[in-house]
Design a protein around this ligand. Structure first.
Ligand code: ADP
Length: 187
């Protein structure tokens, strides 16, 4: 068993950059250590909490504020939260960070070049966006504002999935968001 205090691990980055992949790994590691937590995945939130919202700046900001609202409630009660939404606008990310409290908000910037994301095209969306079949697509026809000072940056073009996950996990350990109990050695 490990113990944890409340925190929000906030992933931000373009579609296909690797947010969901890394969330799954970090979530699995937390489970291995018996650390209960919640995940607020952007796609899942958009089919529930944010159903009906579109992709204008206003709607995107509303979506992020809603995720931030739930994340703050859970974090306040010591439940670790992991969020994975593109969250393209810096101001609203900073607004959420301030509400949660900077000491408990960990911004993870997941990045890769647009060329690499188009090559991957995990969900087949870049092809459509580049052909104008999807409007307001972040990174192609809509802005993405990278964080100025993220707590962790992972470059999924240069790092393996394991390397990126380790970076994030080690940040949580090094900053004592999680305490993994060491077995007591008998003399
Ligand atoms: P997002 O959630 O950001 O839209 P996904 O996690 O769905 O992105 O897709 C990311 C893709 O990139 C996956 O196919 C994953 O295997 C691949 N990938 C390669 N290297 C990495 C890395 N270092 N971290 C995360 N994903 C990576």
């Amino acid at each position: 068993m490990a113990s944890a205090k409340g925190f929000t691990l906030w992933f931000t980055g373009l579609s296909g950059a690797g947010k969901s992949t890394l969330v799954e790994i970090i979530s699995a590691r937390l489970n291995e250590h018996g650390v209960g937590h919640e995940i607020l995945d952007g796609d899942v939130v958009r089919t529930n909490l944010s159903k009906g919202l579109g992709f204008s700046k206003e709607d995107r900001d509303t979506n992020i504020r809603r995720i931030g609202f739930v994340a703050e409630l859970l974090t306040r009660h010591e439940i670790p939260v992991i969020t994975a939404a593109i969250s393209p606008y810096k101001n609203v990310r900073n607004e959420v960070a301030a509400k949660i409290g900077r000491q408990r908000f960990i911004e993870v910037f997941v990045t890769a070049s647009l060329d690499e994301l188009v090559r991957r095209d995990v969900k087949g969306l870049y092809e459509k966006a580049l052909h104008g079949e999807i409007k307001n697509f972040t990174g192609v026809s809509d802005p993405y504002e990278a964080p100025d000072d993220p707590q962790v940056t992972v470059n999924s073009e240069d790092e393996t999935v394991e390397e990126s996950a380790d970076k994030i996990w080690n940040y949580l350990l090094a900053n004592e968001f999680i305490n993994v109990e060491q077995p007591v050695l008998q003399a």
